[in-house]
Every structure is written in C-alpha cells, then in structure tokens.
Design a binder for this molecule. Structure first.
Ligand SMILES: Nc1nc2c(ncn2[C@@H]2O[C@H](COP(=O)(O)OP(=O)(O)OP(=O)(O)O)[C@@H](O)[C@H]2O)c(=O)[nH]1
Ligand SMILES: [Mg+2]
Length: 318
C-alpha cells in the first residue's frame, strides 16, 4: 500500500455565496440540486414552483459553495407573488457570484405567444435590471439538450449584447451536462474564508418546511391550470406516535370551495396519491418511516395573508 504525502499542508479554505436567479421554470432548482448532489429544492415542470429562497451547500476541494436558489422573477400581481420576486432579488444581497439561468429552448422558441414568450420577456427584463444595477453575472444557458449548438451561440451573443456577463456557460442541469465545469469555475473564484456550514449540512431548510415542500411538489404535479397557484401546504404537527414513529400532519390551503373536491379527487383518489407519493419521499429524505396526514382547508385570501407567507419562509411586502 502506498500513501501520498502532500508537501505544504492543506489548501486554505474558501467560501462563496452564489445567487441563482432567472425567469420561472429556467431550471434553477434543478441546477442547485445537481450542484449539491441531493434534492434540497423541489422541481416541477410548472412555473413558479419555488416560492422562497433555499440554500444548498456543496463542497469542491477547499471551497464551500453556498448556492441560493430563488423564486423565478416575473411581473407579480398578488401579495404572494410580490414577496416571491422580492425574495429572489434579495438573494443577490451579499452574494459573491450571480448565476443568471436561462431556459435556452424557451428563449429561442419561434412561438410568439404563451409560456415561451413570457419566459423570454421575463428573462430580458431581468437582464436589463442586471445591466441597470451594474451587477456582474455569469450567464448560464440551460436545457442545451433541446437546442442546436448554432442557435445557442446566437442566444449567447444576443444576451451578451444586452448586459456585461463575466462568462457564458452552456449546460443541461437535469443530465448534469456541463455542471461540473461550472462548479469548478465558481470554486476557483471563491474568496478566501472559513466555511459557514458544517461539512455534512446540505441545506438551510428545516425538516418541517421540506416536508411541506415535498407535499406541494406532489400536489403541483397533479393539479392543473390555476389551481397550483391557488394552493399551499403547511406542516401543522410534527410528533411521534406511541411506538415512537414520526407523525406529520399537514394542511393544504386552497382559495375556493370549488377547489376542495378537485384536490380530494373522486373518492379521495387525488389526495391519497399525493399523500402516498409525499410520504415515500419524506421517508427517503429523513431515512425513517413516517405517518403523513393531509387535510384540505378553504381560505379565500391565503395569498394575501402574512402568516401564510411567513410559514413558507417569505418576508411579507406591501
Ligand atoms: N430538457 C431539460 N429540462 C430541464 C433541464 N433542467 C431543468 N429542466 C426541467 O425544467 C423544469 C423546471 O425546472 P426547475 O428546476 O423547477 O426550474 P426553476 O427555475 O427552479 O423554476 P421555478 O422554481 O418555477 O422558478 C423541470 O421540468 C425540469 O425537469 C435541462 O437541462 N433540460
Ligand atoms: Mg425552482
């Protein structure tokens, strides 16, 4: 057996805060999860999945990288949406790096209507804000698996004309294509400093909140049109059964009486499926069996209630 003896001792530690911003659905949470190597933030194909900031912690050599996943930035209307967008911009405060994630496929889409048009407009609005604030960001064109290379270069040139980006990366977050290169680049630029999280900590989100997020992800996947945006999930009880097993109770809030039967489904099928999928994932994340109970409550104006916003980790704004 041989052992390598390194001269000069250990490299000094470095630590970097990296804000991950972009339009809704760009792939921010997918990227943060890929960087961390674990699910710290929920992901769905629907816009506005992430509602509050989540920190995901990764280690690369001597550098601790604290990624700040943020809600997508769009034109907000409701109090909930305003608080989400404010939380996203606040994610930049004190950050060492800013990553602007762009869904390259949506940005380049020919369709001049619908979700792609909105994604493009939201992205361009963020780019002009970055330029106006003179904020230096790294441009990350995501979903390159969906676009031809020559088109990607056109998108990169177009965006670089609109703001001064430090660097441009091309990645596919969900297959992790290009993710290691981006991580190495960020780590190489990390400023000297102590690590701010214990080595085994992967995120700053509590188990209670993560459990609510997991249920919301399963709910989002089964609800359609406006309903996902009219619902939220809170963990209301977190305890042990007499046998010592984890017992979690959650409330699903919806805005209207007519939403309740949709969330329950025929014969309770929808809520049962949501509960089963959420419980399975919560057990996997916590590494122990859990009992999960879901209740649906109608709360007409929950999107305007400060208590609801605080519960999901948002600071209310006017
Ligand atoms: N084809 C493809 N899909 C991707 C890629 N990265 C992410 N996605 C998908 O894009 C969708 C949105 O991903 P998210 O990570 O939730 O996006 P987000 O930017 O966090 O979205 P919000 O939280 O709603 O702002 C999901 O369906 C992902 O699986 C990619 O590289 N290629
Ligand atoms: Mg997200």
């Amino acid at each position: 057996m041989t052992s390598e003896i390194r001269a000069g001792g250990e490299e000094p530690r470095r630590c970097s805060f990296i804000a991950v911003i972009g339009a809704p659905n760009a792939g921010k949470s997918t990227l943060v999860n890929a960087m961390v190597g674990a699910k710290v933030s929920i992901v769905t194909h629907k816009v506005q999945t992430t509602r509050a900031r989540v920190r995901g912690v990764a280690i690369e050599g001597a550098a601790q990288l604290v990624f700040i996943d943020t809600p997508g930035i769009f034109t907000p209307k409701r109090r909930l949406d305003r608080a989400m967008v404010a939380a996203a911009w606040e994610g930049l405060d004190g950050a060492d790096e800013v990553l602007l994630i762009v869904d390259a496929a949506a940005f380049l889409a020919d369709r001049k209507s619908g979700a792609d048009k909105k994604a493009r407009e939201d992205t361009l609005a963020i780019v002009s804000q970055l330029a106006e604030k003179r904020l230096k960001a790294i441009l990350v064109l995501n979903k390159v698996d969906l676009v031809d290379r020559p088109k990607l270069l056109v998108a990169a040139a177009d965006l670089n004309d609109r703001a001064a980006f430090d660097e441009t990366f091309f990645i596919a977050a969900h297959t992790e294509d290009g993710v290691a290169e981006l991580k190495a680049h960020i780590a190489a630029r990390a400023p000297a400093g102590p690590w701010l999280y214990p080595e085994d900590q992967l995120s700053d989100i509590s188990d209670r909140l993560m459990a609510a997020e997991v249920t919301r992800e399963k709910l989002f996947l089964r609800l359609h049109q406006e309903l996902p945006y009219e619902s939220t999930v809170e963990t209301v009880e977190w305890g042990r059964t007499q046998k010592g097993e984890l017992r979690i109770e959650q409330t699903i809030f919806v805005s209207r009486d007519s939403h309740k039967p949709i969330v329950l489904g025929k014969g309770g099928q929808t809520i049962k499926a949501v509960g089963a999928a959420a419980r399975e994932e919560i057990e996997r994340l916590l590494g122990e069996p859990a009992h999960l109970f879901l209740h649906v409550k109608v709360r007409a104006n929950w999107t305007e209630e400060n208590a609801r916003l605080r519960e999901m980790g948002l600071d209310p704004v006017d």
